[in-house]
Write a protein that binds this ligand. Structure first.
Ligand SMILES: [Zn+2]
Length: 151
């Protein structure tokens, strides 16, 4: 599943690319007509033609980067990447709510993951430094995962 905003933006970019491609063809034919009219041996394309073709290339690049299969997602929820989305889920209670969110099954507010408490060490990196479950406000900050655990 792709973010609907990206889908909308891609559709608008495709429309702009089609219009600019037609404009580039028009400008090229105009330059070629002028060259023919003046019996010139070289066609002098206008700076506007160069700008339009550069814009088309930029749009193509943006469309390539936002191809749905090129976007890292975990069921379409995160633009941070699959692993960031997975890590961000570690604070959910077993009812699926993030810690601090409303959860009727937890008694009003989600108590979070009972298997991992915020601030606890949950592992080590390859240098033996702690990996710590950060609080919800910092769970998208990789540095927050590499701090000293609470005592
Ligand atoms: Zn819950």
């Amino acid at each position: 599943m792709t973010d609907p905003t990206i889908t909308d933006l891609r559709r608008e970019l495709e429309k702009a690319r089609d219009a600019l491609t037609d404009a580039a063809i028009h400008l090229a034919r105009h330059a070629e007509m002028n060259a023919s009219l003046h019996c010139a041996t070289n066609v002098m394309y206008s700076p506007l033609h160069a700008k339009v073709t550069a814009a088309v290339r930029g749009i193509d690049h943006a469309l390539d980067r936002t191809e749905p299969e090129n976007l890292p997602t975990l069921d379409g929820r995160s633009s941070d990447g699959v692993w960031a989305a997975l890590a961000a889920d570690l604070d959910r209670c077993h009812h699926g709510r993030h810690i601090g969110d409303d959860c009727g099954s937890c008694g009003g507010v989600s108590q979070g993951n009972p298997l991992m408490v915020v601030g606890d060490a949950i592992g080590y990196d390859r240098h033996g430094h702690y990996i710590v479950l950060p609080d919800r406000d910092h769970k998208h900050d990789p540095a927050a995962w590499r701090t000293t655990p609470r005592t």
